[in-house]
Ligand binder design. Structure first.
Ligand code: GLU
Length: 383
């Protein structure tokens, strides 16, 4: 029999779609995919060359469980220089980013305790809570205010069981960045109610307007913030499964204990790739410039479709329009687009109740595909 904990975990909408699309592609179907949040660029050659060279040099063995020291130091330095966060190597654990989120929950949440997560928000925030026996509670992002924090709503969600607030800025799926006012609401609540903050900053490099601020840089917040980041999105390294967590020394020690009994350490060659990626701003910048062009293309294309109401995202490679079409909900709409137009998107409901009546389009696909996808969407009129 399967355990109650594992039974409570639903499949990931995004990863499930990935599996399905791969099957369809293998059968020769020409799907235009707007579903997966994975950069379509090759991993930069200089990163691969470096990692491969390290493998030939014999770096194919265990590393220290928390990560190779050079990498921990360099990540800390990056957060000091770019994000104004007072991290040192002892505050860094190298681990795949999604596993880092799991470790964060596991480390600070007791069973039945509550974590506040954004609605709409990334699909795994809910299920990782189930995986550690905790309770995910949605707080609303206010769409009319550019998906910022709704102070009244989040205050109402806090009770004696609440242990943490998770923020994700820039946001998957909305593409918005939390402004200073929103961050201050989170800061004040965390301090007043003695809560942890988990800050998922995986999209920090993919920004078109404004700048993302790391909440761990606020006075008094470093000790109660767990920052999670990685290289998948910034350097097109999704398959290398490499990222990191930044937190107080004590939290990192506990996480390291868990890592020692689960992963042992992150893959050694991926750690070397990450080391090189930290020196490679240029390739990342080129990818962001291409994403910027695609953002314009998809925004102007979707703006012309009568049933779709779209706002331009400030960051990420997601656009999250609202739609209204023949009374369909987001699951029905996504299915219709897939079956009739061979376009795949993620139904908004996968991101929480406020995501209903939205679709997430990932524009981490070529300009050619975007143009073809928009052309197909123009046929909605005739369905
Ligand atoms: N985070 C990306 C997405 O939302 C990749 C898939 C996943 O990990 O969920 O599409």
């Amino acid at each position: 029999m399967v355990s109650e904990v594992v039974k409570a975990v639903s499949p990931s909408a995004t990863i499930n779609l990935l599996n399905k699309e791969m099957e369809l592609k293998n059968k020769g179907e020409k799907i235009i995919s707007f579903s997966l949040g994975e950069p379509d660029f090759s991993t930069p050659k200089k990163i691969l060359d470096f990692a491969i060279q390290k493998m030939y040099e014999g770096k194919t063995h265990y590393t220290p469980s928390a990560g190779i020291m050079d990498l921990r130091q360099k990540i800390a330095q990056k957060y000091k220089n770019e994000n104004n966060v007072i991290a040192e190597a002892k505050n860094v654990l190298v681990t795949p980013t999604k596993f880092g989120i799991y470790l964060s929950y596991l480390t600070i949440l007791n069973p039945t305790e509550e974590i506040l997560i954004p609605d709409p928000g990334w699909v795994s925030y809910v299920e990782i809570a189930h995986l550690v026996g905790a309770r995910p509670v949605f707080y609303k992002l206010n769409e009319n205010n550019g998906f910022q924090i709704d102070e009244e709503d989040i205050k109402n969600k806090i009770n004696s069981k609440t242990r943490a607030i998770l923020i994700n800025s820039p946001s998957n799926p909305t593409g918005s960045i939390l402004n200073n006012e929103s961050l201050k609401i989170i800061r004040d609540l965390a301090i007043d109610k003695n809560l942890y903050i988990i800050s998922d900053e995986i999209y920090e490099k993919i920004v078109y307007e404004g700048k993302n601020i790391s909440i761990a840089s606020f006075d008094d917040l470093f000790e109660r913030t767990i920052t999670v980041n990685g290289f998948s999105k910034s350097h097109a390294m999704t398959g290398l499964r490499i990222g990191y967590v930044i937190a107080s020394e004590q939290i990192i020690k506990f996480m390291d204990n868990v890592q020692q009994h689960t992963l042992t350490c992150a893959a050694s060659f991926s750690q070397y790739a990450a080391l090189k990626a930290l020196d490679d701003e240029e390739d990342s910048r080129i990818m962001v410039e291409e994403f910027r062009k695609r953002r314009e293309l998809i925004y102007s294309g979707l703006s012309k479709i009568p049933y779709i109401y779209v706002k331009k995202p400030q960051a990420t490679f997601y656009i999250f329009p609202r739609f209204s079409y023949k009374g369909l909900n987001s699951m029905q709409m996504a299915n219709l687009l897939l079956e009739k137009l061979k376009i795949s998107t993620v139904p908004g409901i996968s991101f929480g109740p406020s995501g209903e009546n939205h679709l997430r389009f990932s524009f981490s696909t070529s300009q050619e595909n975007i143009i073809e996808g928009i052309k197909r969407l123009e046929m909605l009129n005739d369905l």
